[in-house]
Design a protein around this ligand. Structure first.
Ligand SMILES: Cc1cc2nc3c(=O)[nH]c(=O)nc-3n(C[C@H](O)[C@H](O)[C@H](O)COP(=O)(O)O)c2cc1C
Length: 152
């Protein structure tokens, strides 16, 4: 059964304004290999304050991964935005996008009515999901990795 889980959390990797930051690189490198192996697609966005992530895949795999991520000390206050059975994937791969005051994120903040910058608590589940989708696709993802898909 194909499943999608969306959450956001408070970023505790305080200096993570640089996508090449070593702590973020560690997150990405484990995510890339483990997500590929588990058939997980989705997107991870971050800025100075927040992480936001969409995970898609088999329900068991998504749940197991989410529980592991939720226990990660590099973030806190994990808020589930959506956890739902889906017919198809929205993400073709697993990517990470950077939402800090770049041209792309400013344009997206305007599109989603976020006058004071990115604030996930101000977004509906639908808008939060499309924000993450937009940030990783419009930027082509800062780090983007193809994951084999096996839907159904
Ligand atoms: C915001 C955030 C997002 C993460 N996303 C993933 C992910 O998509 N896939 C993944 O395997 N690990 C992800 N991680 C890292 C996991 O929490 C964990 O550290 C990693 O999978 C290694 O787990 P292990 O030490 O139990 O093998 C993320 C961590 C954080 C803080």
């Amino acid at each position: 059964m194909l499943f999608r889980l969306v959450y956001y959390s408070t970023n505790l990797v305080k200096k993570s304004v640089n996508p090449r930051d070593s702590e973020l690189r560690k997150i990405v490198s484990s995510a890339v290999s483990k997500n590929r192996a588990a058939g997980i697609t989705g997107g991870l966005m971050f800025n100075r304050s927040y992480f936001g992530q969409v995970l898609e895949g088999e329900r068991d795999a998504v749940s197991q991964l989410f529980v592991r991520i939720a226990g990660d000390v590099r973030h806190k206050s994990v808020i589930i935005v959506e956890a739902v059975e889906v017919k198809e994937r929205l993400f073709e791969r697993w990517s990470m996008g950077f939402a800090e005051r770049t041209e792309t994120s400013e344009a997206l903040n305007a599109k989603y009515g976020l006058a004071d910058g990115f604030d996930p608590s101000a977004l509906s589940a639908k808008n939060f999901l499309s924000y993450v989708l937009d940030i990783v696709t419009e930027d082509e993802g800062l780090i983007s990795v193809a994951v084999p898909t096996f839907d159904g």
